[in-house]
Design a protein around this ligand. Structure first.
Ligand code: PMP
Length: 362
C-alpha cells in the first residue's frame, strides 16, 4: 500500500515505530503468552509499565518533584468538570480566558459548579484573528484559578506566552492538543491536563499534572473517579485504568526520548509549521486568517479562495495518500493537524500536493 499521511485532529496519527512494536508484542507480551490488555492492572508486570510511563513523561516535561501526574479517564471534557470540582475549594468563581471553541466549552461546563468570570481575549490584528497578550487579561480578585487553552485545535489559534501572574494565581490549562510539542515551564502552572489522543497515544486516557498543594480540596459532590486526591492516593488505579492506552502512551514516551525529547520535537514542529504556512502565505489560492503570533503549530486551518473546489481538493488529496484534511464542521475549509508523530516528509508531501493542485486549478 502507498504511504499514507494522516492529518486527523484526533484520534491522530501515532508513530509508525510505536505501532510496529505494539503489533510485534500484541499477542505475546514479555513472553507471558498473553497481551498487555489482558493482564491485571494491579499485577507487577503492569505496574512496571505504568511507573515507567509516568517517569518518562516526567522526564520529557521536566516536571518538578512537587507535582503529581494522574492517569485518568474522561478526556479533556471530563477535566472541564474535574477542574472546578477539585480546585474551587470554598471559592465561587474562577477566571476563564476565552480565545476559541475549547476554552468556551470549558466555560459552559464550569457554569455547573461556579460562576466563571469570562475574559474575552479574542481580538484582531490587521484583520486577522488574534489573542490579547496575557498582560491585558484582567483577573478577578477572589477567583480560585485562571483557566486557558494554549492551543485551540479547531480555530488553529495558539497562546505560546509563558504565564507570569505571580504565586497567588493558580494557572490551569488545557494542553490537549499541544502537550509534548514544545518546551513549557510546568512550575508556572497549578494544573495542566491533556486528552491523550493527539500527542500522547490512543483515546481513552487523560493526563493531569497537578501541584501537590492543590490536592485535598475536592468538593463533596466530586465523583471519586475525578477526584485528584483519590486518584493520587491510589496511583491512578482507584478504578481500572485504560491499561492498553497507558501502555501505548509509554511506548510513545520512549519513542520521544529516543528522538531527542521535547526540544527536538519543538524544532521539527517549527520546521513543519513554517513550511506549511509558507506555502499558504505565498499563494493567493490558499488562506489562513490567524495573526502570525497566534498561529498554531499543531493545527493549521486553511481555506481555498474558491470554496467550490473544496470537495475536489479533499477527493484528490485523499487519493494521494493525504488523509483527514477536512476542516472542522464549525469552521469549514481544510485543517492539517501536524502533531509530533507527523514526520516532516508528511508535510512536504502535503505542500507538494497543494502547489500542484493550485497549478492545475488556480
Ligand atoms: N480540549 C481540546 C483543546 C481539544 O482539542 C479537545 C478535543 N479535540 C477537547 C478538549 C475535548 O477532548 P475529549 O474529546 O477528550 O473530551
Amino acid at each position: 500500500m502507498a504511504q499514507v499521511f494522516n492529518f486527523s485532529s484526533g484520534p491522530a496519527m501515532l508513530p509508525a515505530d510505536v505501532l510496529k512494536q505494539a503489533q510485534q508484542e500484541l499477542c505475546d507480551w514479555h513472553d507471558l503468552g498473553t497481551s498487555v490488555m489482558e493482564i491485571s492492572h494491579r499485577g507487577k508486570a503492569f505496574i512496571e509499565v505504568a511507573e515507567e510511563a509516568e517517569k518518562d513523561f516526567c522526564d520529557l516535561l521536566n516536571i518538578p518533584s512537587n507535582y503529581k501526574v494522574l492517569f485518568c479517564h474522561g478526556g479533556g471534557r471530563g477535566q472541564f468538570s474535574a477542574l472546578p470540582l477539585n480546585i474551587l475549594g470554598d471559592k465561587t468563581t474562577a477566571d476563564y480566558v476565552d480565545a476559541g471553541y475549547w476554552a468556551a466549552s470549558a466555560v459552559k461546563e464550569a457554569k455547573k459548579y461556579c460562576t466563571p468570570h469570562v475574559i474575552d481575549a479574542k481580538t484582531t490584528v490587521d484583520g486577522l484573528r488574534a489573542v490579547k497578550p496575557m498582560s491585558e487579561w484582567k483577573l478577578t480578585d477572589g477567583a480560585a484559578y485562571l483557566h486557558y487553552c494554549p492551543n485551540e485545535t479547531i480555530d488553529g489559534i495558539a497562546i505560546d506566552e509563558t504565564p507570569n501572574f505571580g504565586d497567588e494565581v493558580v494557572v490551569t490549562a488545557d494542553f490537549s492538543s499541544t502537550i509534548l510539542s514544545r518546551q513549557i515551564d510546568v512550575s508556572r502552572y497549578g494544573v495542566i491536563y491533556a486528552g491523550a489522543q493527539k500527542n500522547i497515544g490512543p483515546a481513552g486516557l487523560t493526563l493531569v499534572i497537578v501541584r501537590e498543594d492543590l490536592l485535598g480540596k475536592a468538593s463533596v459532590a466530586c465523583p471519586s473517579i475525578l477526584d485528584y486526591s483519590v486518584l493520587n492516593e491510589n496511583d491512578s488505579m482507584f478504578n481500572t485504568p485504560p491499561t492498553f492506552a497507558w501502555y501505548l502512551a509509554g511506548l510513545v514516551f520512549k519513542w520521544l526520548k529516543q528522538k531527542g525529547g521535547v526540544p527536538q520535537m519543538e524544532r521539527i514542529n517549527q520546521q513543519k509549521a513554517e513550511l506549511l504556512y509558507g506555502v499558504i502565505d505565498n499563494s493567493g489560492f490558499y488562506r489562513n486568517d490567524v495573526a502570525k503570533a497566534n498561529r498554531s503549530r499543531m493545527n493549521v486551518p486553511f481555506q481555498l479562495a474558491d470554496s467550490s473546489l473544496d470537495s475536489l481538493f479533499l477527493e484528490e488529496s485523499f487519493a494521494a495518500g493525504l488523509h483527514a484534511l477536512k476542516g472542522h464542521r464549525v469552521v469549514g475549509g481544510m485543517r492539517a493537524s501536524i502533531y509530533n508523530a507527523m514526520p516532516l516528509e508528511g508535510v512536504q508531501a502535503l505542500t507538494d500536493f497543494m502547489r500542484d493542485f493550485e497549478r492545475r486549478h488556480g
